[in-house]
Structure formats: structure tokens, C-alpha cells
Write a protein that binds this ligand. Structure first.
Ligand code: NAP
Length: 275
């Protein structure tokens, strides 16, 4: 996706994947900085670990408590910091600037693909790990009316609910399943990644007939058991590919400084994810 985007923008950069042990993240980030990387993405568990390791946190990373995108920036003398793409030769000083593009990507994908407007919506969110917490806080920030949180480990859902009550006091947040209809069921658990996985919710306590739409953050397999059941129950459905696309496209925009070629990136994703 990123390499297709870079080629379409005419940039001779390359996007590569590196396996880094969490305890070596600090060294890896320092290495990327001295090697004049333009930027990088981080995935679990590095997103949270990177928060104290970057030189500056953007508002997005501060708000959601996680960094999934770093842009390296440089300066000469006392001038302002500029993205490294703007320098012909490596500048004397370089800093890492941490951003979070995940939160916006979740709501953008759900809005685009399912037509869900978050303000005033009633939503059941399954999962309270990294992605679930970010989704919950972002949805609450958009002033959803009611948010129901369910997680295998209840204490994690409780702590997300407490954070929402503190930061977004107008949102009604409840632990457990709704008894009436919801506009959206959003799966942020990893249940569905494997064919033998159970459904991410308890069918004795909630029926997909209560939901107008279902979004699964999982994109491989393309249709999880949750999405199959939701489709059969008449819900509008979408998988997490759009979320993956938008967090990547926003990262590319931060590095390259212009609009990302979304169509090209989407096509590359579809071609490479579903081989
Ligand atoms: P995470 O922090 O490890 O959280 C995993 C979540 O799944 C937790 O809520 C966990 O519950 C729950 N879970 C795991 N195994 C379970 C089981 N056997 N039964 C019930 N619940 C279980 O991971 P994450 O980063 O939040 O990712 C969550 C999902 O979102 C993954 O499927 C990931 O692939 C997907 N994701 C997609 C994108 C995208 O771009 N589309 C981006 C990020 C994540 P506990 O709290 O009880 O452990």
C-alpha cells in the first residue's frame, strides 16, 4: 500500500518492514533518526511504548495515548523544524515527532463504508485493547449518545468507561449489552482472526437483529463469522480494510506533505492482502 502510494507520488523512497523487540524500540528509533529516515509506522505493542520515546508528541498522539506514526524533522541553527523531505542534505539536528492516525481512520472508514454518523448514535463496542480503547474514546469525542462496552476482561472496559466519563461527560457509557437497538456493532477484539474463533459477543445477551450495521476491524479473513451473521441478519457490513487504508494514507500525507493517492493505495491493499 505504502510503496504503491510512494510510486504514484513519484517519490524514490521505500517502505520496509522491520521486526523489533519491544525492549529494543528505543535503540531502533535512535537508529532510524541517525540514518535520516523520513518516518515510520509502529504497530502493537510499540504504539504505547513509543509515547515516552519520541522527542515531541503531536496533539493526536497525546489525546489517544499512542503513537502509530513518526515523522522525522530537521533544522539548521535556530530555524523552525521541517519534515526531512524538505532537506537536500541531512540537517544538523533531527527530532522525532509522534502522531496517531488510527483514531481518525476508524471513524472515517465506518462513516464512509456504513454511513454511520457518530453524533447521537448508539453503539456497541466489543473489545477494550489498544484499538478498542482508541475507538471508544474517539467515538465518545464525536458525541455519540450511548456507548455500550463489552470486553473479556471487564476491568479493562471499566477503565475505558471511567476515562470516557471523565473526558466526555455527555456520553452515556454502560458496561454490557444494550437491550434495544443500536446503530452500530464494532468489533475491536481479535476474535475472528482464526476460522475456529467464537463470535466476539454472547448470542444469549445480544442479537444482531438489534443492529443496523456491523464493522469488524479484522480484514483478514475478509468476512469473519461476525460479518457473515450480521449480513444474514440484514445489517450493513464492512471489514477493517478501510481503517488500515486510512491510517496509512494519513501517515503518508504527514511524510510527503500532500494528499495520498487513495485509489492506488486501496487497490494495492486489496491485491496484496487477499492473495
Ligand atoms: P489488543 O490490544 O491485543 O486487544 C485485543 C482485544 O481482543 C482485547 O479486547 C482482548 O480482550 C480481546 N480478545 C483477545 N482474545 C480474546 C478471546 N479469546 N476472547 C475474547 N476476547 C478476546 O489488540 P488491538 O491492537 O486492540 O487489536 C484488536 C483487533 O483489531 C485485532 O483483531 C486487530 O487485528 C484489529 N486491528 C485492526 C486494525 C486495522 O487497521 N483494521 C488496526 C488495529 C487493530 P482482553 O482485554 O480480555 O484480553
Amino acid at each position: 500500500m505504502q510503496n504503491a502510494g510512494l510510486a504514484a507520488l513519484g517519490l524514490n523512497w521505500r517502505y520496509l518492514a522491520f521486526d523489533v523487540r519491544p525492549e529494543e524500540l528505543r535503540v531502533a528509533l535512535a537508529g532510524a533518526k541517525v540514518m535520516n529516515f523520513i518516518g515510520l509506522n509502529l504497530t502493537v505493542p510499540h504504539k504505547v511504548l513509543a509515547v515516552p520515546l519520541v522527542d515531541v508528541l503531536d496533539e493526536s498522539a497525546r489525546t489517544w495515548g499512542a503513537v502509530n506514526t513518526i515523522r522525522f524533522e530537521g533544522r539548521e541553527g535556530d530555524e523552525g523544524w521541517r519534515p526531512l523531505r524538505e532537506f537536500d542534505a541531512p540537517p544538523r539536528q533531527i527530532r522525532s515527532h509522534g502522531f496517531n492516525t488510527d483514531a481518525e481512520a476508524i471513524t472515517q472508514a465506518v462513516r464512509e463504508e456504513l454511513g454511520v454518523q457518530f453524533a447521537g448514535a448508539r453503539i456497541l463496542l466489543l473489545g477494550a485493547g489498544g484499538a478498542g480503547r482508541t475507538a471508544a474514546l474517539k467515538i465518545a469525542s464525536l458525541r455519540s449518545a450511548e456507548l455500550y462496552l463489552v470486553n473479556r476482561t471487564p476491568s479493562k472496559a471499566e477503565s475505558v468507561a471511567a476515562e470516557i466519563r471523565e473526558r466526555f461527560s455527555t456520553v452515556r457509557v454502560a458496561l454490557g449489552y444494550p437491550t434495544s437497538e443500536v446503530d452500530l456493532v464494532l468489533n475491536a477484539t481479535s476474535l475472528g482472526l482464526r476460522a475456529e474463533d467464537a463470535l466476539p459477543f454472547d448470542e444469549r445477551q445480544f442479537s444482531l437483529g438489534q443492529a443496523a450495521a456491523a464493522y469488524d476491524m479484522i480484514y483478514r479473513p475478509a468476512e469473519t463469522p461476525l460479518l457473515q451473521k450480521a449480513k444474514a441478519a440484514g445489517c450493513r457490513t464492512a471489514n477493517g480494510l478501510g481503517m488500515l487504508l486510512h491510517q496509512g494514507a494519513r501517515a503518508l500525507e504527514l511524510w510527503a506533505g500532500g494528499p495520498a493517492p487513495l485509489d492506488v493505495m486501496r487497490e494495492a491493499l486489496e491485491k496484496n492482502v487477499y492473495v
